[in-house]
Structure formats: structure tokens, C-alpha cells
Design a binder for this molecule. Structure first.
Ligand code: LMR
Length: 392
């Protein structure tokens, strides 16, 4: 162990701890992606509480479930994302979205040992972190062309020019982290053509379904994309849309080109699971399965999800207008159009540290802000604090 040096702090988890330790009453934590109410709380959803109550009464065993985890949960996530699992799909309950990303990337590497990971620039830092831990080289493709924020397909395709057959193309479902701006339906069609032309393995990370426009609306482009292509990996997180952060609840769905390939990929992936965490935890998946298989609980969950979405979209509008007023920079109005938990501010990394030190405003050096961390009644004050640091 003598050869090891301390690892640098994780850009998001390090910030979460620093913000927690800050005792200034007026601090603003725009760091790690956690939904918060105006009071700054992250409550347990009503449907989750009720599902837990029912499980407490009805659960009869804690015996092992096996590497695939909870079949009812897998079916339900298959329903939400693909409209149902078919005979080309194999699904796993995983310890959060990260567990799915880790096992999914390992499976992709097993299929193509020289595969590289093509990742949008910018992306969520842990995508690169997981690839690095697995010895997978990351290649970045440009994503957002200018300050209007929309993905620029010409730039994306140029960035994919060096991609070889078997390389992994990581795409995000709705609510791109960190930009809040997603591919359009037409762009997803174009991506499917590119995947086919180059023989790439698409890897779709879905962590915010329901946070942009609605459950179905947010899943439609990915669903249509997966129908167009023979094979793909889909990872899913229930941390945000079910508020199950600490329960570590996610899913990995692999779409194989045919039923025979499906059997091989299912058994190989189960072996990877067995060699790492053996079997996934069950509680979060049981909660989700209970909610999605009960009409009343599902209705209640969708209602609360709609409220979270409404609050995020409302905060976006208020924040965008406050920023435009404070800076006279109309381009910041894009923040109202962006979707999900995050947007990126045009700010230098060193200035984010100044804001942290002097004003107690926390965001990573990339300038990504967690919209749910904003307070409706302090948007003007915050915009004034940020204004002189934003790059025009
Ligand atoms: C984030 O991006 O802040 C969240 O997905 C939490 C995390 O694990 O980084």
C-alpha cells in the first residue's frame, strides 16, 4: 500500500461534504444532484412510504434473489423504457445507476476488449471515472455547439469520425447531465444511422425520466432509437425520479441482436455480477415494483413526480429571468428552456471557488448548477451574486 497516493476528491461528492460542513445560514448548495423542496428538504415520496409500509407487513423472507435481482422490478423498468421486455432483452436489478454503468461497461468490454468509450464533452464526471476503473479509454465528442445550448449534430458526428466498430457510444436519455439540453427526435434518428454505419455499441444512460416533460415524453426518443438498432445497453437510475438515492436502486437492460446472443450475454453478465457484488440489494427494487404494479400508488408517484418537474421548470424560469436582468445577457434565457436537474453557467473554475469562499455558493468547477438547490424567494439575490463572475 506504500505506493499509493491519496486520490483527488470526487468533484461532486467532495462538494456535497464541503457544503454540508459550511455553517453559514445563507449558504446555497447547487452541487450534487439531489431534489430539494423550497425548505431545502429531500422528503421520502408518499408512494415510497406507503410501499415500504406494505412491504413491512407482507415481506416473508430475506432469502437471496439471484444475480438478476427482482424480476417484477426488471419487468416494470422494461415497461417504462421500452414498452416491455422482449426475447432479445436481459435485465438486471443493480445497486443504483452506477452499478448498472459499471456492469454494463464491463459487459461491453468483454464483448469488445479494445472498445473505447465515446462520451459527450461535457458529461457526468463519473462516466469517465467508471470507464477508467475498468481500463476503458475515453474519447470525448463535442456536444453543445454554442451558447444557445442545443446539441450540434454536425459537431457530434465529426467527433465520432474516429470511432471504430465495437466502440461504445454513451448517450443520455432526457435531461442531459450537466447541460440540461437533449438530442431532438430527428437527432436520435440520425444517431441510430451513425451507430449502424460504424458498428458502435450504444449505451444509453437514463437517470431523470419524468423530470423534463413527462414519463412517456421523456422516454419516447430512446424507445424509438432502441427499436431502430439491433443491440444496445440501457442503464436506469431510480435515485431521482423515485427519490431513492440512498437505497441504490437501478437497472441494467441489455438488448441483444437475437435470442441466442441474448442467452450468452445474459449468462456472461450474470457472471460479472456474481464476481462483483454477487446479487443486488432488494429493498429499493421492491419499493419500485410495488409502486409500479399498483394503480393507486402509481398515480400518487406520478403526481409527486409531476410536482417535482413543475418546481424545477418554475425555478428555471425564475432563475433565467433573474440572471438576464442581472447581467443584461439574453443568452442566459436558455436556462428556462433546458430540462431536468442541471444547467451549466458560463463561469471559470477558479471563480466557483471564490463564490464558495466568499458567498457560500456551492457548484462544481464546471459551473453546473443543481436547479433544485435554488430558492424561489432568493433568485434575485443569487443572480446579483453570480452576475459579475459570469463570462459574456
Ligand atoms: C450528480 O450528478 O450530482 C448526481 O448524479 C449524483 C452523483 O452521484 O454524482
Amino acid at each position: 500500500m506504500d505506493s499509493l497516493n491519496p486520490a483527488p476528491a470526487d468533484p461532486l461528492l467532495g462538494l456535497m461534504l464541503a457544503a454540508r460542513a459550511d455553517e453559514r445560514p445563507g449558504k446555497t448548495d447547487l452541487g450534487v444532484g439531489i431534489y430539494k423542496t423550497e425548505a431545502g428538504d429531500t422528503p421520502v415520496l408518499r408512494a415510497v412510504k406507503e410501499a415500504e409500509r406494505r412491504l413491512l407487513e407482507t415481506e416473508t423472507t430475506k432469502a437471496y434473489e439471484g444475480p438478476h435481482g427482482n424480476p417484477l422490478f426488471c419487468e416494470a423498468i422494461g415497461e417504462l423504457t421500452l414498452g416491455g421486455l422482449g426475447d432479445r432483452h436481459t435485465a438486471f436489478t443493480t445497486p443504483g445507476g452506477c452499478g448498472a454503468l459499471f456492469i454494463g461497461m464491463q459487459a461491453a468490454k468483454l464483448a469488445s476488449p479494445d472498445a473505447r468509450l465515446f462520451l459527450s464533452d461535457p458529461s457526468w464526471p463519473n462516466h469517465e471515472g467508471i470507464a477508467a476503473a475498468l481500463g476503458i479509454e475515453t474519447v470525448f465528442y463535442p456536444y453543445v455547439g454554442d451558447r444557445t445550448g442545443a446539441p450540434d449534430m454536425d459537431l457530434v458526428l465529426k467527433g465520432l469520425e474516429g470511432a471504430r466498430a465495437g466502440d461504445i457510444l454513451l448517450l443520455q436519455g432526457a435531461c442531459h447531465n450537466p447541460t440540461g439540453t437533449d438530442f431532438s427526435a430527428e437527432q436520435w434518428v440520425r444517431l441510430a444511422e451513425e451507430v449502424e454505419k460504424r458498428g458502435l455499441l450504444p449505451f444509453v444512460d437514463t437517470a431523470y425520466q419524468g423530470f423534463a416533460r413527462g414519463l412517456e415524453e421523456d422516454g419516447a426518443n430512446v424507445k424509438a432509437f432502441l427499436e431502430r438498432i439491433p443491440e444496445a445497453i440501457l442503464t436506469y437510475s431510480c435515485s431521482k425520479n423515485f427519490g431513492l438515492y440512498r437505497e441504490r436502486t437501478g437497472a441494467l437492460i441489455i438488448q441483444a441482436p437475437g435470442a441466442k446472443a441474448k442467452d450468452a450475454v445474459a449468462t456472461q453478465t450474470a457472471a460479472l455480477v456474481r464476481a462483483s457484488y454477487s446479487m443486488p440489494p432488494s429493498h429499493g427494487a421492491a419499493i419500485v415494483a410495488t409502486i409500479l404494479n399498483d394503480a393507486e400508488l402509481r398515480r400518487s408517484w406520478e403526481e409527486e413526480l409531476g410536482q417535482m418537474r413543475g418546481r424545477l421548470n418554475g425555478l428555471r424560469e425564475g432563475f433565467a429571468s433573474a440572471l438576464v436582468r442581472a447581467t443584461n445577457d439574453d443568452s442566459l434565457s436558455r436556462i428556462a428552456e433546458e430540462k431536468g436537474m442541471f444547467s451549466q453557467l458560463p463561469i471559470e473554475a477558479e471563480d466557483t471557488l471564490v463564490l464558495q469562499r466568499e458567498k457560500g455558493i456551492y457548484m462544481p468547477g464546471s459551473g453546473r448548477v443543481n436547479i433544485a438547490g435554488l430558492k424561489e424567494d432568493r433568485l434575485g439575490e443569487l443572480a446579483a451574486d453570480l452576475a459579475s463572475y459570469l463570462v459574456r
